[in-house]
Design a protein around this ligand. Structure first.
Ligand code: PDD
Length: 293
């Protein structure tokens, strides 16, 4: 097993992978990305991730046909080559290489980079007791549905959170509108239902969130997608984050105050267990694994 990279058609060991300093991804953050988890060597919800990658590319007007690139089989090949049972495939596509000037010359070829590494594991105490979050001012741009690599506001906000002893932060707009975590979506439980902010341009449309809504349907739990005010979030019965790398992560305090009784809630536990089993093809989802193998 080893960490593998892919750069413009060539697989290589991670430490040998390089891109040009004139790449617009490096110069301008002119690029988009995806993170796909693989369980038992199989990519999870790859079609949804690649669909979103296509949306991000179109939003940046980067012309690249993912089907012609055979991206699906490249991801599968990378996963096979790296050999990790639970792996994380990272895909980054930049506008390409050109001497630095704001407007790219026509016809430059997008740079395609991928890495294949072990899937980070959430710590057992975080899963058992939940994590502490803080709120932070929304300082990002107006196109957060694009999975762009320009993540400086997310990085700085996460650094502030960690420096303050929090696991992460949730972006909140000046009018109190709840957005999302620095690399996750946020869901609250209220009156037995899952409630989460509208998937409009102000947040990333998480593949994990989509999967969670399907898990909820499977469990007979209703979902409500609507604006969420920060006061409502503070008064939630339960709260959790969703992301490809953190799956369903319970949140038990916000800005130093407990969510409800400060314990991981019953519905959150069911969502965690159901997502865990669905992603890995365990329990009642065993047949799905056999069917998709
Ligand atoms: N981040 N919101 C933001 C801002 C994110 O960066 C992410 C994922 C999500 C959740 O999306 P999904 O469920 O499709 O992973 C929401 C990835 C994991 C990252 O940047 O590493």
């Amino acid at each position: 097993m080893q960490e593998i990279a892919y750069v413009n058609g060539v697989f290589c060991p991670m430490e040998q992978a390089t891109v040009s300093i004139n790449d617009r991804g490096f110069q301008y953050g002119d690029s988009v990305y995806e993170v796909i988890a693989a369980y038992g060597g199989r990519p999870f919800r790859m079609a949804d991730h690649l669909h979103r990658l296509g949306t991000s590319l179109s939003a940046l007007r980067i012309e690249l046909d993912l089907t012609t690139l055979k991206i699906e089989s490249l991801v599968r090949e990378g996963l096979t080559r790296c050999g990790f049972d639970e792996a994380m495939a990272y895909i980054q596509i930049t506008r390409g290489v050109a001497p630095r000037t704001h407007i790219a010359p026509p016809g430059i070829k997008p740079t395609v980079v991928m890495t294949f590494r072990p899937l980070p594991q959430v710590s057992a105490p975080a899963k058992e007791h939940g994590v502490a979050l803080m709120t932070a001012a929304e300082i990002r741009w107006a196109m957060c549905y694009v999975k762009a690599t320009t993540l400086l506001p997310n990085v700085l906000t996460r650094m502030d959170a960690r420096a303050g002893g929090f696991h992460d932060a949730i972006f909140v707009a000046p009018d109190g509108d709840v957005r999302e975590g620095t690399s996750s979506n946020v869901v609250m439980v209220r009156g037995g239902r899952l409630v989460f902010p509208c998937r409009d341009a102000s947040i990333l449309h998480g593949v994990t969130l989509l999967t969670v809504t399907q898990c909820a349907e499977h469990l007979g739990i209703a979902c409500e997608e609507r604006p969420v005010h920060i006061d409502e979030l503070r008064a939630a019965d339960e709260m959790f984050l969703t992301s490809t790398t953190e799956e369903v992560l319970p949140v038990t305090s916000l800005d130093g105050r407990p969510i409800a009784d400060g314990q991981v809630g019953a519905i959150t536990r069911r969502m965690m267990a159901t997502y865990h089993d669905l992603a890995r093809g365990l329990g009642v989802f065993q047949d799905r694994r056999r069917n998709s193998a």
